[in-house]
Design a protein around this ligand. Structure first.
Ligand code: SME
Length: 155
């Protein structure tokens, strides 16, 4: 079985290839969500939120996984809104311990949210939910930050 490092190296190449394809932004982002959800066993929902033009709010973009009622999230609300407001990665290894959390599905046990920056400004976040407890390591964080850097050019 390939290691997590190898898997993430291959997926980083896939993400670069998808971004370089001559397709629309949302087609690229949806393709990336689909590949990540399919190939990483502990990624059960993968989606992007965009910062609205007025700022201070996130709007749901392309995603792979179950439909969510959280299609608009204020800065400061939930894990996504806190990551956007604080311009930082937030990892929640057990959502039952998170105080400010917006549940999408009772099956979700952990979540990681990574901001997407372009020219120093926050443009959106990448949200990954997992049905496993404590599934995220430094490798996930590094990999997903790399993904956000790659996709920032299309934001
Ligand atoms: N759980 C998120 C809301 C988005 S859904 O997971 C897709 C949060 O607390 O921000």
């Amino acid at each position: 079985m390939e290691s997590k490092t190898q898997l993430f190296e291959e997926l980083t190449k896939n993400v670069n290839e998808i971004v370089e394809k001559p397709t629309k932004r949302d087609t690229k982002l949806e393709g990336i969500c689909t590949v990540l959800k399919k190939e990483v066993p502990h990624y059960d929902w993968v989606g992007f939120y965009f910062v609205t033009d007025a700022g201070q709010e996130l709007i749901l973009g392309p995603f792979a996984g179950a439909a969510t009622e959280h299609d608009r999230i204020e800065f400061g609300e939930g894990v996504c809104g806190r990551a956007a407001e604080g311009r930082k990665v937030i990892t929640v290894q057990d959502v039952t311990e998170a105080e400010n959390y917006l549940s999408c599905s009772p099956a979700v046990q952990a979540e990681i949210v990574i901001p997407v920056f372009k020219a120093g400004e926050i443009k959106g976040v990448l949200d990954v939910d997992s049905h496993s407890l404590s599934p995220f390591t430094k490798e996930d964080r590094r990999f997903l930050m790399e993904v956000c850097e790659i996709v920032s050019e299309v934001f």
